[in-house]
Write a protein that binds this ligand. Structure first.
Ligand SMILES: Nc1nc2c(c(=O)[nH]1)N[C@H]1C(S)=C(S)[C@@H](COP(=O)(O)O)O[C@H]1N2
Ligand SMILES: [Mo]
Length: 387
């Protein structure tokens, strides 16, 4: 039997108290927080999280509604360096499976004029496609920015799908479409899901047809049995329940899905032709995911934990601002190696006085495009009652 030293005992007790504090608040375990990796762990004890203000308390982590109006908002406060991947049951859902969709294990993908691929052959060809982030172009504060998640995907690269279907592409544009008919009428969306891509751009993105995520088959809400994933693009291009790939000419009109998402993917107006759509890529962006309240030797302090995502080149200079009248200051120790899926950062914060604070991030690299960040779309506010 090993004897536990007094130092160990008090260390254990501190750990224990932290875990109790978190569990009491319905939060996380110490390891889920991943403290000490994304930044130095503050001394003292974690008291809990400060709620973000003015974000309609949309239920997070649980499916709500049905079909086109069905959603699942991811609880972003649970992201940590030890929890980079979103569990399938918590991965956001934009549009739940149609009541009209039923397939008894049979599913055919039609490719071009005469190509036919059975789901069984695509499953057999599926392999690891990497860890990628997905964000809905309509990911807003009102719903706690819960339309963003990360998964480990399995599937088949798009060019291999075309090869397998023996499709020789005489055109350089494809329309990828999925099942999108619903029993109920939607209050928020237009049925019809297809997106037109230039083949070159699509291949360059590393796009694939996914059959699984996080080591299991796709669930009905995530597009089972087959969905498109376009790494780096907004979710609206990632068609679910994919059943048809059509070769199209370069003067074909944009689809209803493209028009519906034109503004949210920052197009110039609503282009008529598909080729006039810019790739629906996600610019660099950053936001806080939780504000932790700590206590050490009777003194309260805060730690902001957040994410950076989007873009294609790593960010060097991330800055944070607390209220518009304060200056932006560097997020200390921030370093990004890869842009996909997301990078965590932490920032020690000692507000001078109680009050409301709006937390805003900026990326100081002029070569990096940050349109939604610049528009203030990812600002989050907290009320600090104790300093
Ligand atoms: N068939 C179909 N595919 C679709 C949609 C849809 O409504 N119907 N919604 C799109 C949108 S707007 C997003 S953000 C992603 C979300 O994928 P997820 O629900 O698996 O997270 O699916 C896309 N694929
Ligand atoms: Mo979306």
């Amino acid at each position: 039997m090993t004897r536990t030293s007094r130092a160990d005992q008090s260390q254990n007790r501190r750990q224990f108290l932290r875990i109790v504090a978190l569990s009491a608040a319905g939060l996380l375990t110490e390891s889920e927080l991943g403290v000490g990796i994304a930044g130095a762990e503050p001394n003292g004890r974690l008291l809990g999280l400060v709620e973000f203000q003015d974000e309609k308390i949309a239920p997070v982590g649980t499916p709500i509604g049905a079909e086109l109006d069905g959603r699942l908002y991811t609880d972003l406060s649970r992201v940590s360096t030890r929890r980079i991947i979103t569990p399938v049951s918590e991965f956001f859902v934009r549009t739940r499976v149609s009541r009209l969709l039923s397939y008894g294990g049979q599913w055919q993908l039609r490719v071009g004029q005469s190509g036919r691929l059975e789901i069984s052959s695509l499953r057999a060809a599926s392999r690891e496609m990497g860890t990628h982030l997905m964000e809905c172009a309509g990911n807003v504060r009102l719903t706690r920015f819960g339309l963003i998640s990360v998964a480990d995907w399995t599937g088949v690269p798009i060019d291999e799908v075309l090869d397998r279907a023996r499709v020789k592409s005489e055109t350089s544009w494809v329309d990828i479409s999925g099942f999108d008919e619903y029993a109920g009428k939607s209050a928020t969306s237009v049925p019809g899901a297809s997106w037109i891509f230039s083949l070159e751009t699509l291949k360059a993105s590393g796009a694939f047809l996914a059959t699984g995520m996080n080591g299991q088959s796709l669930t009905p809400d995530h597009g089972a049995p087959l969905r498109l994933v376009v790494p780096g693009w907004y979710g609206c291009a990632c068609i679910k329940w994919v059943n048809r790939i059509t070769l199209v000419d370069d003067d074909v009109e944009a689809t209803s899905q493209m028009r519906e998402y034109a503004i949210r993917t920052l197009q110039q107006g609503v282009p008529t032709l598909a080729r006039d759509f810019a790739p629906a890529t996600i610019d660099h962006a950053a936001m806080p995911v939780r504000v932790e309240k700590w206590i050490s030797s009777g003194k309260v302090s805060y730690r902001v934990v957040g994410i950076v995502w989007g873009g294609s080149v790593p960010v060097k200079d991330l800055r944070i601002q607390f209220n518009a009248e304060e200056d932006f200051v560097p997020v200390s120790g921030f370093r990004q190696i890869r842009t996909d899926p997301w990078t965590l950062w932490t920032h020690e914060w000692s507000p001078k006085a109680p009050g409301n604070y709006s937390i805003r991030l900026a990326i100081a690299d002029p070569a990096v495009r940050t349109r939604k960040l610049d528009l203030g779309m990812y600002v989050r506010s907290v009320e600090i009652s104790e300093v």
